[in-house]
Design a protein around this ligand. Structure first.
Ligand SMILES: [Zn+2]
Length: 468
């Protein structure tokens, strides 16, 4: 289940690169638009809010107090002021939500492992294989006859935790907007997709296992990359429309500044969309999905409703960063490396386990579908151990998009405000170890600091010629 389950239930890695936010906003002041000069203009630009962040006037005894009265902009202090602006109860709530997610990673793994062990030790897996062999002599069909009940059973046994994690808990924290019926309908839709995609994948993988019992880990990696790439490629066209409606952004006040950034970065105009995510969630977010010709950037309607133009520009520029920097293809490549290492280790561990317990479990070898729970157990364990490394690879990619975004949007305060809104469901100020292990995006603190560092650098925009 994990191979497939990861694809379907953790689409963040595979399908979308998500950035987010949620709350109220300050009006965009003219000074928040791009710095037009190289003059030490920051002091003129600071609102009282940022002035409080940047300036500590105490002890500055100035008898010649004029322009020198203003202290240089201090990014660290400014970052702290932004962070301190979040009310305590709000911060505690989002910390609790996010830290609860740490434990869910563990419980998800423990449950997946327990299900695998149960299926093996009870010999249910062996009996299901025997059943599939009685049904047909055709190997591929046997594998499908094994895979479909297996996927259904794993889904059913995981359902209570799934429902707590994705329905009850989301409501508990005010992040969900769906009642049970529409949520469950989407679950069934996801299950149907998992059955189709998962069965196809398992059948192809076992065809590889039968033909290459020693080198399956190499060819299996190739299969996984092709499968993941295909999934990412078709997602915007065939999968995402099943859950949400995507339409081009039409409000000229929002559309035109976004299209200006798109044009400045050679992004085809038709790729900027609005998605009705409020159907499922109150989260503010945007994403890039697809690959090659199907790639598109989408803002969600929560973001459009709750954010000011500077914030929207900051988020869109980040998403455009994913597009321009080809992050879809790059993440797929990194993923391929992880899969190759994982399959290489799985090849060794699988054989060790079969030598020891194969007879007891009734599993003959890698090409026997009865060993699928063992393979899932090994891969989910490796995936669990790899969590910090996978998160770090994705987080670094997100940081690249942030850097692209701040340079394109030139909205340091917009970026800071969005980072605070993301704090509705992501811990704002984690320890470095926490960020390394659990964060697949930079923390709010890291993002605000990047924005404030950018602001402090006060980059010139270059000369603007008046001639056409
Ligand atoms: Zn992103």
């Amino acid at each position: 289940m994990l191979i497939v389950g990861a694809l379907m239930t953790r689409p963040s890695i595979f399908i979308s690169l998500v950035v987010t936010s949620a709350i109220t906003l300050m009006p965009a002041s003219a000074q928040e638009t791009p710095a037009q000069t190289a003059s030490p203009a920051i002091s003129e630009n600071v609102s009282s809010f940022e002035r409080a962040a940047g300036g500590n006037d105490s002890g500055y005894n100035s008898s010649v107090a004029t322009a020198d009265d203003v202290k240089p902009f201090d990014p660290a202090a400014a970052t702290q002021v932004w962070l301190d602006s979040v009310p305590r109860n709000q911060r505690e709530k989002s910390n609790a939500y996010f830290e609860g997610g740490y434990w869910l990673i563990l419980w998800d793994f423990v449950l997946a492992a327990a299900i695998s062990v149960l299926l093996l030790a009870s010999r249910f897996s062996a009996r299901l294989r025997d059943f599939s062999e009685r049904v047909t002599k055709v190997r591929n069909v046997q594998v499908a006859c094994y895979a479909i009940p297996y996927l259904l059973l794993v889904y059913a046994l995981s359902f209570p935790l799934n429902m707590y994690e994705n329905f009850l808990r989301e409501h508990q924290y005010g992040l969900a907007t769906q009642s049970f019926a529409p949520w469950f309908r989407e679950q069934l839709l996801g299950l149907a997709l998992t059955l189709v995609g998962g069965t196809l994948l398992v059948v192809v993988l076992y065809a590889v296992f039968r033909r290459a019992p020693r080198t399956w880990w190499i060819w299996g990696t190739v299969v996984m990359i092709i499968f993941s790439g295909t999934l990412v490629l078709i997602a915007p066209v065939y999968i995402e429309p099943l859950f949400n409606t995507y339409k081009p952004i039409t409000d000229p006040k929002i559309r035109d500044p976004i299209l200006a950034m798109a044009r400045a970065n050679e992004i085809p105009v038709k790729q900027v969309f609005e998605v009705d995510a409020s159907r499922q969630t109150t989260r503010v977010s945007a994403n890039v999905s697809g690959l090659l010709g199907t790639t598109r950037v989408a803002l969600n309607d929560n973001l459009l409703k709750q954010c000011t133009l500077p914030e929207i520009r900051a988020v869109m520029a980040h998403e455009m960063g994913h597009y321009v920097l080809n992050h879809g293809a790059k993440l797929l490549t990194y993923l391929g490396i992880f899969i190759l290492i994982g399959f290489a280790l799985a090849r060794i561990l699988f054989d060790v386990a079969i030598k020891r317990w194969g007879e007891k479990w009734g599993v003959r070898g890698i090409s026997d579908p009865a060993g699928l729970p063992l393979l899932a157990l090994i891969l989910s364990t490796l995936l669990f151990i790899a969590t910090p490394f996978l998160n770090t690879v994705v987080r670094i990619t997100e940081r690249e998009a942030d850097a692209f975004g701040i340079n394109t949007s030139r909205e340091p305060d917009g970026m800071a405000k969005v980072a605070l809104k993301l704090g509705a469901y992501r811990k704002l100020n984690p320890t470095p170890l926490e960020e390394f292990i659990f964060f697949d995006h930079p923390s709010g603190r890291a993002r605000i600091r990047m924005a404030m560092d950018w602001k402090a650098a006060n980059l010139p925009a270059g000369e603007r010629s008046t001639t056409p």
